[in-house]
Ligand binder design. Sequence first.
Ligand code: ZN
Length: 684
Amino acid sequence: MSTQPLATNPLLNFADLPLFDQITPDHVAPAISQLLTEADAALEQVTAADFPAEWNAIARVLDVSTERLGRAWGAVNHLNSVADTPELRAAYNAVLPQVTEFWTRLGADERLYAKYKAINPDTLSGEQRQARSNAIRNFVLGGAELQGDDRIRFAQIQERQAELSQKFSENALDATDAFAYFAAEDELAGVPSDVLQTARAAAEAAGQAGRYKLTLKMPCYLPVMQFADSSTLRQTLYRAYATRASDQAEGEAVKFDNSALIQEILSLRQEESQLLGYTSFGQVSVVPKMAESPEQVVRFLRDLAQKARPYAEQDVADLRAFAAEHLNLADPQPWDWSYISEKLKEARYAFSEQEVKQYFTAPKVLAGLFKIIETLFEVSIRPDTAPIWHPAVQFYRIERAGQLVGQFYLDQPARTGKRGGAWMDDVRARWLRPDTGALQTPVAHLVCNFADGVDGKPALLTHDDVTTLFHEFGHGLHHLLTQVNERDVSGISGVEWDAVELPSQFMENFCWEWDVLKHMTAHIETGEPLPRHLFDKMTAAKNYQSGMQTLRQIEFALFDMLLHTEHDPQQDFMPLLGLVRAEVAVLQAPAFSRSAHTFSHIFAGGYAAGYYSYKWAEVLSADAYAAFEESASADGTPSIETGRKYRQEILEAGGSRPAMESFKAFRGREPSLDALLRHQGMAA
Ligand code: ZN
């Protein structure tokens, strides 16, 4: 335990940016415990009977205190993600339960709820009204209005649901892990050599030297289904995969059956909804979302399905014809489709990712990205300095007309101790501070995991990496360009969950724009831009089977929403899945297939009656981008006016008003499916 005085603890220094170069694991417990004590005291103070029910009075005490806790914890959490050490992890885990407990308690505090309700809305700005109504809504959905037995029951339901979700995940994982098939060499023709190497080592470790241990984990299952020439082998793995965690699983594995858990989860959700005054969980789910009702979601999904169907049917017809002609498969079975699909893709669009990579050097891509942002959103991005956690981290400031708008850290390379994936996180939000009256500018983290450069040369990015970078910058701009002054609705805060991917997916579109890409690429040896013929192949491959993929996503989304609205939780849910498949799918699943039993998104992952949001946000972002396509000049230069409008109505507005209002203010109408269908090659 640290003996350092609190006064010199860098986690308690809020003067400006986090002191990432000074924070050590020893600082975590004393600082967080100090901030928790302060936050607790602040909560007690503002909820006292004689404390005024006034927005600014509460904010000056409680919001100032919770913001300090949030910022300090954010710094610890960030270091835990990008510079993990055993000591830091231990320090993090030691205080995590207390931090979680505080936020949960804050969100359920009846006295605070009463205080917010008592605020006179006429005394508030528009932004404050939105923040207050979000806060009240969240309290209500958390059961704050319930009394007596209902209140007790509501809490029991939450607790039981958490247990069931956890058990559901464990079953899905255990069922996946429980399966192994030890294949002989002559069964494995076609399987990539790196997969074989791993499988051979795994078999040897399991005492079956000379054989190959095949599993249902993605890095093994997927390539086997895509590349193994043996249909029998694919069938073995397919059957095991499709029946995981279900009553159809074979032998011992049936003990991981999730059927009863699903039924109980659905019943509890139904009961919870009724306690809150709704008829179905689907209705509860859409309350804080952009979608207005489950019916609207179902109509949206069915409409999209109908438009995608002809393309999906064509996809299947192409696969059948190719299989019959080239693969001697006249009557393909469910375990054949991935294999056929890979073979057809190779025949049509073969190009090398390795070749593409040679054109995308990290500095050139970043310069191209900055140029787009600067032009479209009328800002300038300049290098800046800040305390950092690793020498590879870059720090920048965004300015408009000489004024600071926001700052961001960019941590690109993968390294030991850094969590995989890519993400945007907020360091602090734009906020007209109620304590000092000063305007706090926003700061964001942008984190990726790209490969390092070799032999002193710049890092090479795959096209996927480039898309990821643009995606995360989309989130970053949403957070950094906001002009909202109220913390809880500024930037990405308070944005509806099904609309939050709009700005990120929007930015991805630029990565498929020839006029953009040609300026962002330079071959690492020759300096030549990406050749047009290679770009054309990449685009064609991108839309390969988009019809089938769209219907696959809609099948999941429609099942999810109907399951949480029209389905009686006392009944078996398999007939509903059958109906949805019959309505949507172009390739019928075999009778033994139990995809719902491992549908962790909705039974263990917070996406219940919300799986539709993937497609929903794609429609929004495609339609927003279409405004730029429509207004671009003949040589492809994007329109500054459109950029300004997008920035003002979508990015700057943040969570200060409903996303639908922002969208309509930008586009002049409600979202339409057309742009998404066109971008994915599904337009006549
Ligand atoms: Zn995202």
